[in-house]
Design a binder for this molecule. Structure first.
Ligand SMILES: Cc1cc2nc3c(=O)[nH]c(=O)nc-3n(C[C@H](O)[C@H](O)[C@H](O)COP(=O)(O)OP(=O)(O)OC[C@H]3O[C@@H](n4cnc5c(N)ncnc54)[C@H](O)[C@@H]3O)c2cc1C
Length: 495
């Protein structure tokens, strides 16, 4: 038996354990998982929907494998020490867990800006919250009951999702962002100004180029924040969305290489110890950590395959895993590939733009060698869906790339996102690497609903951004292939 100890029972640690047992046909592995959180693993990506009131906590549980034998989970148990000489992990209760293979999947924690003197994330004044865990989301939702004014510190993707969610709950929200404009990692100034106008229309105030200097606390409670420029913004709720910090302390104390994350090679093993691996948000692979779930789930699958098989499995093609979508009610922003490059600076290939601030739209497409290599879409839902399809599938771009900026007139052509035109290899669920062919395979083996497809392939169980596309394919199959008999071969299994 090979004893595998996993530190962290989040989205990636849980997926790794499922993948490992599913591939371990000879029952060669036992797994012990230490999870600092008390809960069953849940879909962290959907916490902003919980804050917005679009989902409740009960509906974000992750689907789990059915393995029981040889698998132990210790919820609410933090790993405090790794001893690589005797190959043990010690938990907070002092118990030692011996391993042959150690997998670190400890994720990341919210970065807490220096606004509170010496206080860290676990010691914030009443009314101040980060958003990383289920508890954080619950506390923010509870705080909205009595709060009227909220300040969100950080105008990146998560900050905008939170701002929209709180505004939707009726709070007056101000986003304070230190960068020159919102989402400056993904948007250029022109795109950001359209997004800012949209936020303003939703009742959200925006301060950019503004650094928070100090949280104002009276009687142990947040009453506002002071900006470096001197302005004070009153608030009874302060939400910190200023980035994340990889959990590396345990690895560092164990003498492993750490930089922004735990440094691993292409094989996901740490540089100093081939028995110790790191995956998910705590890891720093050669291509860099993205902080996105598709990368962590791909690593989980690769590591499970590597441990159970003699030939290592290739990474899924990385194209499409950098699509960023703001999950904010009333704010529609999608970026991918080459984006956010200021006007006047060179990009590879050619870029075309539709700038329509009065219509609340801004679309930019970058095309190189006949393919879409990047795009920015603000306020352009259907066009954004087509561009994501073109980008992730690498379909040929039209000779005149300006045609990508608008949808074809109804009836004149089949849009790129239509299942009719889609090749079987087209990736539909980027988080889980599920293709159209996988979904059609499911249908042929008896799946008849989106829920069936999700249970078999895991499509839709990540960020949920592919739900419309999966529904579209299932509806298309209902019409075109209603009586497809079940075939003898195995259904397309979750990968
Ligand atoms: C609100 C929000 C929205 C997001 N939206 C998106 C999105 O739209 N798309 C996207 O791709 N990604 C999104 N993300 C990022 C995504 O959630 C992460 O990439 C993903 O959760 C990483 O999984 P992980 O298992 O590596 O880390 P985590 O999910 O953070 O899990 C790590 C687990 O390890 C535990 N742990 C830490 N230290 C120890 C220890 N010493 N002992 C035991 N347990 C420990 C932690 O408590 C945690 O439970 C979002 C994140 C947040 C917070």
């Amino acid at each position: 038996m090979t004893r595998v100890v996993v530190v962290g029972h989040g989205m990636v640690g849980a997926r790794f354990v499922d993948d490992l047992h599913a591939r371990d046909s000879q029952k060669r592995f036992t797994t012990t998982v230490l999870g600092a959180e008390e809960y069953e693993p849940y879909n962290r990506v959907l916490l902003s929907d919980v804050v917005a009131g679009r989902m409740d906590v009960a509906s974000i549980a992750l689907p789990r494998g059915s393995h029981k034998a040889g698998h132990e989970v210790l919820p609410g148990m933090t790993a405090v020490l790794i001893d690589r000489t005797v190959r043990t992990v010690t938990d907070q209760a002092g118990e030692e867990h011996a391993y042959d293979v150690l997998v670190q999947a400890a994720g990341a924690r919210a970065r807490v800006p220096d606004l509170f003197g010496r206080r860290g994330a676990d010691d914030l004044p009443a009314g101040a919250h980060a958003l990383r865990t289920l508890d954080d989301a619950r506390e923010i939702v509870a705080a909205t009951v009595n709060a009227r004014r909220a300040v969100v510190v950080g105008g990146g993707v998560l900050g905008l999702e939170v701002a929209c969610g709180l505004a939707g709950r009726g709070l007056h929200v101000t986003v304070v962002h230190g960068g020159a404009h919102l989402m400056d990692r993904q948007l250029d100034a022109a795109a950001a100004s359209v997004a800012t106008a949209r936020l303003t229309a939703l009742g959200v105030s925006v301060r950019v180029g503004a650094r928070t200097e100090e949280a104002i606390v009276r009687g142990g409670r947040i009453t506002g924040v002071r900006l470096e420029a001197g302005e004070t913004i009153p608030a009874d709720l302060l939400v910190l969305t200023a980035g994340t910090v990889a959990e590396v302390d345990l690895a560092q104390r164990a003498g492993l290489d750490v930089a922004r994350g735990i440094v691993v090679g292409d094989d996901l093993a740490t540089l100093a110890d081939h028995r110790v691996f790191a995956i998910g948000d705590c890891a720093q692979p050669p291509e860099g950590g993205s902080g996105l779930i598709a990368q962590g789930w791909d690593q989980a699958r690769r590591l499970a395959t590597r441990l159970t098989a003699s030939t290592p499995e290739e990474a899924l093609p990385s194209v499409g895993t950098d699509v960023v979508k703001v999950k904010g009610a009333g704010l529609d922003v999608v970026t991918m590939g080459v984006c956010g490059v200021p006007r006047g600076e060179a990009v590879p290939g050619r870029r075309v733009q539709l700038s329509d601030p009065d219509g609340g739209r801004h679309i930019e497409v970058v095309v190189d060698d006949g393919r879409v290599i990047g795009a920015t879409c603000v306020g352009a839902g259907a066009v954004a869906a087509d561009l994501v399809a073109a980008y992730t599938r690498g379909t040929p771009a039209p000779l005149d790339p300006a045609q990508l900026l608008l949808r074809p007139v109804a009836g004149s052509a089949v849009p790129a996102a239509s299942p009719v035109k889609m090749p079987d290899r087209a990736v539909i669920c980027r988080c889980n690497g599920v293709t159209k062919g996988d979904i059609v395979g499911c249908w042929r083996h008896g799946s008849r609903s989106v829920e069936d497809v999700a249970a078999t392939t895991r499509a839709t169980t990540g960020c949920g951004g592919c739900k419309d596309a999966v529904c579209g394919i299932v509806d298309w199959l209902k019409q075109t292939d209603p009586d497809q008999p079940a075939q003898a071969r195995e259904p397309a299994a979750a990968r």
